[in-house]
Design a protein around this ligand. Structure first.
Ligand code: PMT
Length: 222
């Protein structure tokens, strides 16, 4: 199969030396991409800025900085993919105005006006016209199950992978993770704490099954 994976954080520039970002290291997304290459798949990796070696054997890839860059890189590469896994921690907001020159420390406080970024996962079905298996992630600190079901439905996903990012031992920037899976058919599954490499391999296997099931269903419709 051909699989697109997004990974890492995005950076939303405030001025030439400052940006808004988050704690994503890219480890989870890279582990998925590496597992998929190891299992013989064509892998397209769209990555935000990370300190990780580019996995060997990628079919295509793009190194991006901002949510807008990531949106464009995904838009230009998703066509022809059998599945897409959106593991990146994309900034939800960016500064409305990029200050061309470094902001000076003049007042006692500074207010930044922010605007929504492009919703890349939410664009997959309506804007990119993606018909393959769509997998979103959900990084939650509370009400994980409720938020996961809501995201699954709103974004048109086949599978939502939810992790609890209030914990320090898993999630952001850890070598390990623990995830709960929510499927579009209402099924749930938990993958217990393990290395991101091991979880990446499990997730790729699950996505292989979803792609095969979709192929069978499409065949029955013809
Ligand atoms: O990178 P690591 O340090 O290994 O950490 C892994 C991780 C915690 C980042 C990863 O497991 C994870 O949870 N990734 C999703 C992070 C996130 O941004 O979740 P969210 O609940 O805010 O977003 C929901 C989904 O929408 C995600 O699939 C996200 O990629 C996508 N999204 C979000 C905002 C946006 N503007 N566009 C998007 O496509």
């Amino acid at each position: 199969m051909r699989l697109l994976v997004t990974a890492g954080p995005t950076r939303e520039a405030i001025d030439p030396v400052r940006f808004l970002t988050n704690r994503s290291s890219g480890k989870m997304g890279y582990a998925i991409a590496e597992a998929a290459v190891d299992r013989g798949h064509e892998v397209v990796l769209v990555s935000g800025p990370v300190n990780l070696a580019t996995p060997e054997g990628l079919t295509d890839g793009a190194a991006v900085e901002s949510a807008r860059d990531m949106f464009e890189a995904v838009r230009d590469r998703i066509d022809g993919c059998d599945a897409a896994i959106f593991c990146a921690a994309v900034a939800d907001y960016r500064p409305v105005k990029f200050q061309e020159e470094k902001i000076k420390k003049t007042g006692d406080s500074l207010t930044l006006e922010l605007e929504k970024t492009e919703d890349i996962l939410g664009s997959a079905r309506p804007i990119f016209g993606f018909e393959g298996v769509l997998v979103g992630f959900a990084a939650e600190t509370n009400n994980l199950e409720e938020f996961a079901w809501a995201k699954l439905e709103k974004k048109g996903c086949d599978l939502l992978v939810a992790n609890d990012v209030s914990r320090r031992d898993i999630g952001f920037d850890s070598d390990r993770n623990e995830v709960r899976l929510f499927f579009a058919n209402g099924r749930r599954q938990s993958l217990p704490a393990a290395s991101k490499s091991a979880l990446g391999a499990q997730l790729v296997e699950i996505v292989e099954t979803l792609v095969a099931e979709r192929g069978r269903n499409d065949g029955m419709m013809e």
